[in-house]
Design a protein around this ligand. Structure first.
Ligand SMILES: [Zn+2]
Length: 265
C-alpha cells in the first residue's frame, strides 16, 4: 500500500492548533482547485471558535460558508488587476478589531494580479505587526511577487500528483538535454518550433519535465549541501517563469526558450 501523504490542510490545521501558523501564507503550484479549497478550509479553521475546528455548525462556520462572515475578506481583481485602492481598503478594514471571530482572514485568490503599486502597498501591511490578521495569497509561482513579499510569506506548495514524478524515459531524455552541449540544446529546442511540429503542447510538456528534473536536482543538492544550490534554484525559477509566460502571454516562444537555454551554459 502506498504511504499516505500528510495533506497541506492537515499540516496547516496542526499549525493552527499549535498556535504557530505564520500570518502570511503563499499557496503556490498548479493544483488550482486544491489551493482554493485549502485556503477556504483554513480560513474556516481560523474563524471557528469551537473545540473541533471547523465544526461546520457554529455561527462563524455558517457565515463563512455563505461567504458572509464579516472577518473573512476575499480580495478579487477589478478589471483583471488588483489595484492599490483595493489594498488601501484592505488596510482600512484591518484597522478595525475582528467583529465576530478571534481573527481576520484575508484570501487573495488571484494574487498574481496585484500590480506593482498594490504589491508595494501590501508589503507595508505585511511589515506591520500582525496581531490578529492572516493573509493567504494564491498564485502559480512565488516568483510572481516582489522578493520582499516572497520573503515575508511562508510558501506552501500544491502540485498535481502526475507532475511530481518523471517516467524513466522522460528522465533520461531530460537528463540528456541538460548535459548536452549548447548547440545541441538549441537544435532540440528548434525542433519544437519546426513547421511540421503538431502544436506547442510538446514544448510545454518538455518544459514541465525539465522543471521537475531541475527541482529534483535542487532537492538532491540541498540534501547533500551541494555547491550548486543557488545556481540550480535560479535556473529552476527561470524555467518556471519561462513556462508561465509561454502559457499565459503572447511572448515569442522560440525566443523565450532560447533565452532560457543560454542561461544553462
Ligand atoms: Zn465552527
Amino acid at each position: 500500500m502506498q504511504k499516505a501523504r500528510i495533506s497541506q490542510l492537515h499540516f496547516l490545521k496542526a499549525a493552527v492548533a499549535g498556535n504557530c501558523l505564520p500570518h502570511a501564507l503563499l499557496f503556490s503550484g498548479n493544483d488550482e482547485q486544491k489551493k482554493q479549497l485549502t485556503a477556504f478550509e483554513l480560513a474556516k479553521t481560523l474563524l471557528c471558535q469551537s473545540a473541533e475546528k471547523p465544526c461546520t455548525k457554529c455561527q462563524n462556520c455558517l457565515l463563512a460558508d455563505k461567504r458572509q462572515h464579516p472577518d473573512l475578506i476575499f480580495v478579487r481583481p477589478d478589471n483583471n488587476e488588483i489595484k492599490i485602492e483595493q489594498v488601501r481598503d484592505l488596510r482600512n478594514f484591518l484597522s478595525f478589531k475582528p467583529a465576530l471571530a478571534g481573527c481576520q482572514v484575508i484570501i487573495i485568490p488571484q494574487a498574481r494580479l496585484l500590480n506593482v503599486q498594490a504589491q508595494n502597498c501590501f508589503l507595508k501591511t505585511l511589515e506591520e505587526p500582525q496581531g490578529t490578521a492572516y493573509f493567504i495569497l494564491i498564485a502559480d509561482l512565488a516568483s510572481q511577487f516582489l522578493a520582499t513579499i516572497q520573503s515575508r510569506c511562508a510558501e506552501i506548495k500544491f502540485c498535481c500528483k502526475n507532475e511530481i514524478k518523471l517516467s524513466a524515459k522522460d528522465r533520461e531524455t531530460t537528463a540528456d538535454f541538460f548535459k548536452a552541449p549548447l548547440i545541441e540544446k538549441f537544435l532540440t529546442a528548434g525542433r519544437f518550433f519546426a513547421k511540421d511540429s503538431q502544436s506547442n503542447k510538446d514544448v510545454f510538456v518538455f518544459l514541465k519535465n525539465l522543471i521537475i528534473y531541475l527541482r529534483e536536482a535542487l532537492l538532491r543538492a540541498l540534501e547533500q549541501n551541494g555547491g550548486a544550490v543557488s545556481e540550480l534554484k535560479e535556473t529552476t525559477v527561470r524555467a518556471e517563469k519561462t513556462l508561465y509566460f509561454m502559457q499565459n502571454t503572447n511572448i515569442n516562444q522560440r525566443l523565450a526558450m532560447e533565452n532560457l537555454i543560454l542561461k544553462f551554459s
